[in-house]
Design a protein around this ligand. Structure first.
Ligand code: Z5A
Length: 213
């Protein structure tokens, strides 16, 4: 399959648990806003009222086992809505779109983590999404260290956070493999450093990207 179009004002942030996405996102938003244009900050799964409802379905722990295929298709159902209702309209009016997770998370979690076929996910990406970010920032951290950071934050972890370390090791390996395969789109930031250093590295990478765009 040939490459999907990448939009130069579309930036996604990816990483495993406790990598510090929330912290970095605020700094990236401030950096983009400093140039004076509109910045739309959004997230996946979610980013529209319907997609946020799908997010709740996906993350709330329940008695029924959720099949990996169900999880994947719900992620893409939310994404289909999000792309059409939020991402594309914002890009069309010239805004920057800063997205907390995007399709790379489906490759990492449902592909790497759950073992679903990457070709199937790619097919969905083509048929349902049709766009990739121009820049994807991957905050990379050792699984144990990332999980240690969020331990105790939430007494009731969500359905995916309940997975074992081996699942998150596969997620991390998939993210890193995707970054190695697409060095033009990805910037990998070592998220094990103190927060101000991680933020500075992420902002520098974004600035370099925006200046070159
Ligand atoms: N998912 C999926 O499976 N498939 C898909 O296609 C998509 C998503 C799109 C929800 O995502 C879940 O959906 C996620 C993947 C799945 N499941 N998991 N696990 P989410 O992004 O909403 O959830 P999350 O990844 O669990 O985000 P998070 O827990 O909020 O992590 P974070 O944003 O990376 O971390 P943070 O809140 O910024 O920081 C965590 C703590 O560490 C906090 O106390 C910070 O103060 C601290 N921290 C942050 N940086 C540092 C540094 N550098 N040093 C020390 N301490 C730090």
């Amino acid at each position: 399959m040939s490459a999907l179009p990448m939009h130069p004002r579309f930036v996604s942030l990816e990483g495993g648990e406790g990598a510090g996405k929330t912290t970095v996102l605020a700094a990236l938003r401030a950096e983009l806003a400093a140039s004076g244009g509109e910045v739309v900050v959004t997230r996946e799964p979610g980013g529209t009222p319907l997609a946020e409802k799908i997010r709740s379905l996906l993350l709330l722990p329940g008695d029924e086992t959720v099949a990996a295929e169900t999880e994947l298709l719900l992620m893409f159902a939310a994404r289909a809505q999000h792309v059409r209702e939020t991402v594309l309209p914002a890009l069309e009016r010239g805004a920057w779109v800063l997205c907390d997770r995007f399709t790379d998370s489906s490759f990492a979690y449902q592909g790497g983590g759950r073992g679903l076929d990457a070709g199937f996910i790619e097919e969905l990406e083509w048929r349902v999404v049709g766009i990739r970010p121009g820049l994807t920032m991957l905050l990379d951290i050792d699984v144990a260290r990332g999980r240690e950071r969020i331990r105790g934050r939430d007494p009731r972890p969500d359905r995916i956070e309940r997975e074992r370390d081996a699942f998150f090791e596969r997620v991390r390996a998939t993210f890193l493999a995707r970054a190695a395969a697409e060095p033009g789109r990805f910037r990998v930031v070592d998220a094990s450093h103190p927060v101000d250093e991680v933020v500075a590295a992420a902002v520098a990478a974004l600035r370099a990207f925006a200046e070159a765009a």
